[in-house]
Design a protein around this ligand. Structure first.
Ligand SMILES: N=c1c2ncn([C@@H]3O[C@H](COP(=O)(O)OP(=O)(O)OP(=O)(O)O)[C@@H](O)[C@H]3O)c2ncn1[C@@H]1O[C@H](COP(=O)(O)O)[C@@H](O)[C@H]1O
Length: 86
């Protein structure tokens, strides 16, 4: 099973290797486009939590985490940059 850290390592590698896929295309789409996606996914998390079941809520949360990681990559932020604020 992936964790936040192992997913981030995979996405970092995807960008470094210019591997065709969702990640490269989203990171190259830039911060504005990713930012809109984050807002959309955050709203889907909220709606799922209020109106749908736990499974759908967990799925939406996983997508939000993914898109946050693409924003980190687009900005050049590392896990340590974020974790030091936790
Ligand atoms: N975990 C994810 C992941 N979660 C969400 N997404 C993306 O988020 C989208 C889901 O959002 P939506 O439900 O809004 O789908 P959509 O309507 O098609 O979204 P839009 O394209 O319209 O923005 C998916 O189509 C993916 O583009 C993800 N894309 C990739 N991953 C993982 O990232 C890793 C690298 O993926 P690649 O870069 O594709 O190799 C792999 O382990 C993947 O499993």
């Amino acid at each position: 099973m992936k964790t936040f850290d192992t997913l981030f390592a995979d996405l970092e590698q995807a960008v470094a290797e210019r591997r065709e896929g969702n990640t490269l295309s989203r990171v190259e789409g830039g911060v504005h486009s990713i930012g809109k996606k984050i807002v959309e996914e955050a709203a889907e998390v909220w709606m799922a939590a209020e109106h749908e079941g736990d499974e759908q809520t967990a799925l939406e949360i996983s997508q939000l985490l993914y898109h946050l990681q693409t924003l980190m990559l687009a900005k050049g932020l590392t896990l340590q940059d974020v974790y030091r604020h936790l």
